[in-house]
Design a protein around this ligand. Sequence first.
Ligand SMILES: NC(=O)C1=CN([C@@H]2O[C@H](COP(=O)(O)OP(=O)(O)OC[C@H]3O[C@@H](n4cnc5c(N)ncnc54)[C@H](OP(=O)(O)O)[C@@H]3O)[C@@H](O)[C@H]2O)C=CC1
Ligand SMILES: O=C1CO[C@H](CO)[C@@H](O)[C@@H]1O
Length: 339
Amino acid sequence: MISLATIGTSAITEHLLDAVADSSRIRHTVVHSRSAARGRAFADQVGVDRVVTTLEELAGSGIDAVYIASPNALHHDQARAMLRAGKHVLVEKSACVTPAGWQDLVDLARARGLALLEANRNSVWHPGTAALREALPRLGRIRLSQLGYCQRSSRYDRFLAGQTPGIFDPAMGAGALMDIGTYALEAMIELFGQPPTFSTEAVLIGHQQPGTADRQDRPLDPSIDGAGVLTARYPGHLCTVTWSKISDSSAPSVIQGEDATLTADSIEDPSQLTLTARGSRQVIEIPRRRIRDMGHELEAFADAVEDPSRCSLPQRWTAQRLDLMAEIRRRTGVRLAGS
Ligand SMILES: NC(=O)C1=CN([C@@H]2O[C@H](COP(=O)(O)OP(=O)(O)OC[C@H]3O[C@@H](n4cnc5c(N)ncnc54)[C@H](OP(=O)(O)O)[C@@H]3O)[C@@H](O)[C@H]2O)C=CC1
Ligand SMILES: O=C1CO[C@H](CO)[C@@H](O)[C@@H]1O
């Protein structure tokens, strides 16, 4: 039984713990919070005894593994401290702000024989993503694809009111690309590989500075991306990827081949795929226990703890995506702390 600690006491840790409750291989034993009171309240809610408030205590707490669900900018240092203490690490997306930070963690995990995975819900361990990959050969030559994840953030109103919630804070390694663009880009890389060339644009948002309310064309400071688009050029195939935290889309993701078209209801949590060929239509239902089911990545992590060599391929996908995201930020003028 793998003894697991959690870092972070927000809703996503609760989702992960729903999956832990279903697992016969992982047990939640320690809660880390910066605040003893918040940690205690969370630990009581999820039925755990031990609460720690520092990484040093966590490192010495006898756990085998850690799930890190703090803001992106903190992931690298927290993961590094845990790997150095000999703990396996499952770290939320985006795993690191920079590709170099991720490579540093991968090198450390390999040197110590530890599992290190990014907690990508829609990586190939998601049965919907796996089904998408399996269906691709039935499409014939792929010519056009549109992948997207656009969801207006519940925290956007606070941003509009002049606050900077973590998810829109450059200091926290956040923004639309890092928060949800990551899912569609991960899918693109897993399905089609790293694009040889691409073009990209972003919608930058920021707080009005005094005296600039009438200057909509003026770059705002500090600025972060609210939405973005990328067009990847593969040989004979164009793939457009869209992401937004300031507007919603219910449009499905679509992959068009010369022989058939494949549609996914959502790219971050595919639950229904439709394969349409001339004159035929096949619907593929992907059973799921709940919305935001983290059970697949949790079981993949348990497998990786048993055999850390299983991390190599997903680690490479993470590295490729973080490289791509760094280049997108460079081209679109998004400056995150530490990058
Ligand atoms: N897989 C998925 O579906 C989802 C993944 N995520 C990912 O989870 C991670 C956390 O996201 P989210 O919950 O929105 O983030 P929050 O800003 O809500 O922070 C999460 C936790 O981190 C701790 N924390 C917050 N701010 C700081 C800080 N400045 N310094 C140190 N610790 C801090 C807090 O725990 P405490 O105060 O107890 O220390 C908090 O509960 C991100 O990487 C995000 O991308 C998020 C949502 C869904
Ligand atoms: O991964 C994620 C999925 O969707 C959330 C919004 O509900 C995001 O904020 C989050 O980071």
